[in-house]
Ligand binder design. Sequence first.
Ligand code: NAP
Length: 326
Amino acid sequence: MPRILDGNRVRDEIKSELKPRVEALAAQGRAPGLAVVLVGNNPASEIYVRNKIKAGTESGLWVDLQRLPATASLDEVLALVARLNASAVHDGILVQSPLPAAMGADAERRVFDVIRPDKDVDGFHPLNVGRLVQNRATLAACTPSGIIELLERSQVPLAGSRAVVIGRSDIVGKPMALLLLHRHATVTICHSRTADLPAVARSADILVSAIGRPAFVTPDFVKPGAAVVDVGTTQVSDRALVERLFPPGSKRHAAFEKRGALVVGDVHPAVADVAGALSPVPGGVGPLTIAMLLKNTVTAARARSGWDGRERRRGFERRHAGAGRL
Ligand code: NAP
């Protein structure tokens, strides 16, 4: 059996590291503030937002849910973001996607483009993406940053490894590839036009799949002993598919019987026979996305409060203490 890359454990580690930082900011007068903008009533978004509010509040953040009806116009969303940009008490702004389709195909991009870069806790603003390219990002996309935490804290060696990322989206695939590159992995990005995808994937010491196709990555994609990270989350209600993947009597099958649907990753269960390490779905990447949102919010709050500057100065003074005596 492969080593399990345990996202819940890493999430708990990150949250306990954040605790003293949140307390220090609160002691200064104000807990870090996160605005969550939810437009409409998409059921999946409602659940994601509820989880974000719960995790943030439990960690001592002030989470401010700002709702707009599904009928809201793009201008109304932009006006709300402008108010939050100007607010002294909101350190981070997250606009939950998807926005209602009626707002137009480029609505999300237009909204993300106007979020103040220093409050852009999703790391989607072009300035933050540019900083990520140059390896000087302070706010990077949450899911790929969480995967780096998962790999590093599970002692998966990155430097010198061959990494293959399947998926080239702006929110997962591309930032994932950059973060691995900055940690000295040799990175290949694959997508729907990649020729002989299984052969490319098989060259990987670290294989990250972020495509959203249930059980697409089968054992023939995986080099024996490789670390496999499953980002995909697809809601499956097709009983025949579930039973092909998870036989009756298994825990996952029981979960399907209970709820009538199951969140299934990109990675086929049989990959467990080949991989050296594997992130499960659920319990792998998912918990880290929210943990990194909290971390980014605390980072943004510290930067805005001048805390980072003070710590840097203190470190400088410590390092250079006594220099005058030379
Ligand atoms: P996306 O924007 O739909 O991008 C999917 C990518 O997969 C595209 O680059 C696409 O290639 C590629 N792809 C699709 N079919 C493929 C195929 N047959 N072979 C090779 N590549 C293929 O999706 P996303 O937002 O990156 O999300 C990917 C998955 O991760 C989804 O299941 C999503 O729910 C999940 N996710 C999970 C979390 C979490 O916290 N656990 C967070 C974010 C996303 P083209 O570019 O060529 O079309």
